[in-house]
Design a protein around this ligand. Sequence first.
Ligand code: ADE
Length: 225
Amino acid sequence: MRIDIITCLPKLLEGPFSDSILQRAQNKNLVQLNIHDLRQFATNKHHKIDDYAFGGGAGMVLMAEPIVRCIRQLQSERSYDEIIYMSPDGDRLTQTVANELSLKKNLIVLCGHYKGVDERVREHFITREISIGDYVLSGGELAAAVLCDAIIRLLPGVLSDETSALTDSFQDGLVAPPVYTRPADFEGHKVPEILLSGNEKKIEEWRFEQAVKRTRDRRPDLLDK
Ligand code: ADE
């Protein structure tokens, strides 16, 4: 899979992808992540990429021209399954959306900034808009990092234990059951006996019951679906 992220703040995206699972996924060539600095696609002398909003009002708007130049250059090299715009008014990112996007080959992710991007980019170039929640971030970069993490960890070979993404919260419509590690007795707080029994079938049943109970207690809305 290949993901091209378009941003006016490329430095913001250096951190999330340079450690742990996301770094390993790139080293193993399971994902190719490319970050494009929007400023490099500006044609004017000062590399200006934003301007005042027509009609007035506070805040700057990212101009269509550099964004479209960047998208067109990428599209001249390969075809893309989706051109995603990160925006608080997009469709909510869920495990189902991450699962679906993890099956794609090439994605472009555009990060907004300031007051957002010129509406004509959204109308004519963006194929999908995604929000990571009902709150406003300073820009789309951190949201893009969240989206990429949710997608990349699902790619075959990325997680060392291939089954572990399948047992994540939400994959079966339930939140995950509780987990424990050594010691079996921590300051008098004991691990549930069943987990020490070695009876795999019983343990599996216990985990399922716990997941259902936890979902009922914490996220009953998931059971309604
Ligand atoms: N950009 C700013 N806020 C955002 C959010 N909540 N989700 C996605 N992109 C954003």
